[in-house]
Design a protein around this ligand. Sequence first.
Ligand SMILES: [Zn+2]
Length: 184
Amino acid sequence: MKIRLKQEEEEEGVVTEALLDSGATGMVMSEEFARRHKFRRTKLERPVYVRNVDGTLNYAGPIVDTVEVEIFFKGHKEKTLIDVIREQKWSVILGMLWLGYHNPEIDWKTEEVNMTRCPDKCGKKWKTGRQTKPGWKKWEEREKKKERRKPTIEGVRMIERIREEKEDEEEDFIELRATEEMVP
Ligand SMILES: [Zn+2]
């Protein structure tokens, strides 16, 4: 799937084809791709040794660098760390860590990927194209609304007064009708 990657200080970033791979654990970027697009790298505290599917150690050596990037995909946005790996054909591989976290809806026939089940942390703009607010913003607004709905003591008194006045009016009305009926 086509994603756009950019580092914070960049304007546009770069669009690339990423591979979704449920057989991979983390998220990796090819060393060559990182170099070509001058991604700023940070050294990992300790190297991570990569194992191949058969359990043997990857001959390309351990992962030592990581890059902090923003990933954009169909209006979906996230900030994440991607490990830089040597001898890697794909520019970016998004593995189980990513798949599990965002839990995208994937149509395996049409290869369509939709980010409809993301955690609230992701900035998202759904299929409808309508921008939905991030979770914390929704929560904040809900709290504010609740605050507004909570009747103040003044408010309660006011409601009671109105109710009493209404009851008085109704009584007057009944009385009035009663007198009219009494008139022959
Ligand atoms: Zn997401």
